[in-house]
Ligand binder design. Sequence first.
Ligand SMILES: N[C@@H](CCC(=O)N[C@@H](CS)C(=O)NCC(=O)O)C(=O)O
Length: 221
Amino acid sequence: MGKLVLYGLEASPPVRACKLTLHALGLQYDYKLVNLLAGEHKSKEYTLKNPQHTVPLLEDDGICIWDSHAIMAYLVRKYGKTDELYPKDYYKRAVVDQRLHFDSGVIFQGCIREIALPVFHHNQTEVSKSKIDGIYSMYDFLEAFLGTQEYMTGATLTIADFSYVSSVSGLLGLAPVQEQRYPRLSAWLERMEQLPNYRSSNGNGAQMLIDMLAAKITKVN
Ligand SMILES: N[C@@H](CCC(=O)N[C@@H](CS)C(=O)NCC(=O)O)C(=O)O
């Protein structure tokens, strides 16, 4: 097995999704902190590894992979003892892939980045109500994706659940998931919180993001 290094910072949702995957697979790895607020991701050294200058970045024996969804899929394919977290079956994999694309395009880009970027990089202190409404529309989809199943793609846990819990858990300060309106989503969140290592892989970092947003945002209008 190669030497794995994960580059990231705790508050970042996609970094936490990779940490959940690494722990689920029982993989040892080194963790290198990249301080985005200090601009460390724009350094020459880092952009040589990841020209897109995002975290997470995974180094596996010298090869570099970035984007959490690509990293999680790679880890399961290469190191998983079974394919359960990222099934080989064409249809099951298509469902997981659909969920992952929804995370990239809607949950992370449309909800988290749209709010976090102006707040952390342009000192914006107000968030529009339409952005909060957008989060609730996204929750409506997640409630529908769950249907009567326990996990985001069916009866078993997959990397789609890691992706979604890392994203949604950081938004709970701005848009709490009310049990009455979202019974399936709120039960799923509780189920995910029972995962071994949940706190160290995701819960603590999600709370950091909630606190960082709360410290900056003074008004929703
Ligand atoms: N789709 C990417 C998103 C990665 C991303 O945008 N990460 C943020 C931190 S949460 C970042 O690195 N921002 C710095 C930048 O874009 O320069 C993934 O899943 O890895």
